[in-house]
Design a protein around this ligand. Sequence first.
Ligand code: SF4
Length: 476
Amino acid sequence: MCGFVGLVSDTPVAPALLLALQAIQHRGQDQAGLGTFDDRRLHLVKGDGLISQAIPPRAVPTLRGVAGIGHVRYPTAGSSFGPEDAQPFRTRQPGVLLAHNGNVTNVPELEAQLRADGWIVLSQCDAEPILLTFASALTKRRPAGHTRDDVAAAVEEVLDRVRGAFSVVAVLEVDGRPTLVGFRDRHGIRPGCYGRTPGGGWLASSESVALDVLGGEHVGDLPAGGFVMLRHGEEPVVVDLGRRAPKPCVFERIYFARPDSQLEDGRVNRQRWRLARQLAREWKRRGLEADLVIPVPDTSTPAAMAMAQELGIPTREGFIKNRYSGRTFIMPDQATREAALRLKLNPIREMFEGKRVLLVDDSIVRGTTMRRIVALIRRLGPVEVHLAVFSPAVTNPCFYGIDMPTRAELVAAGHAPDALEAALCRYFETESVTYLSLDGLRDVLSADVCDACFTGDYVVPVSAAERAAIEAERRA
Ligand code: SF4
């Protein structure tokens, strides 16, 4: 899970890039970076932590240039410690700056080919093989002075050789001008959009909220199986290189994207509202009852409102989320683990005591946090605790850029469908657990989506060896 912004303008871009990047901080908090393209020089600052930690304000004036890229990282490959794996990445010859969001599943194969071509891979981050594959294809055509046709050939080579999911922005000189290039894998699994900024510039971003921050206008999505070339003062050039059936990630709609972002099929907030109403209808058909609907903050708040409206029962804020608690280390004993959870999410006694409560959450992956949340509120004396989840059960890991544990760690995996609820009620200590049905999900979403983490139907095949390598890296 990562996020990027890319900007091309006729004035220095670093301050605006930094602002836009902050709009997508939720997509990665482990590392951040900002790079700019300045009359054939590439400037780059990257480091560990939040944007404010990784990019000190004193560095911004040194990032000169009218085109650049910012990135926030939550690693699904490589380490999260030390700037060598942070993005963006750059090559000097040809001068290219590049960042991506996604997960490349055939890194060893790409690295072997790159080494054979004389390239040295310096990091464990999968953005680097994308960059070097792109740069290698450019230099095979000519060492410098690249044209639009060279870019088309280089993007096509990436699309053909890189497997997995990737949404990419790059900055380089094309036809003698600083140019922003954006493209996605042929199915468009990871999100990416672009739009006009005031004054004739162009911004590409993982989410449209970055455009909102700059007062920009959303124009379209980064092409899947093609690319868009953006230059200040010019209309975008969109080139199709052979897209396949679009399969955008359903998890962006359920959990990951900001509710105010606009994806291919509309505003995320609206999708969540509709998913929750569908879940409410399915919950009602089960004949269950509750006194209060309580969201597990934050993603579930609009969904809880929608469920409460559909069910005709009130919704209340049952937990106070501490926004300043930061990351807690894994605690060795139960008491300190509980203290860490309470620091983040403190339940309000009166909302639970003597009540039949319906907790609403977006998804359950490992289930360990939900188990601790229920244990906390059980002490407050609720009569019944029901759990409703506005996504189907996650039974398969993601290999396309959302950091999920191995299958063995997924709480809903490994149960027969008719035994799942009983097993989860025992584990969470709830009276019921209701997932949104897969049919319900498909009825609500207008886009044909990737739903492999619910179904196991991976749109881009992942070989057994590739799965084993990715899972071993996650365990490590
Ligand atoms: S497997 Fe799940 S999380 Fe991964 S891209 Fe597909 S829908 Fe998204």
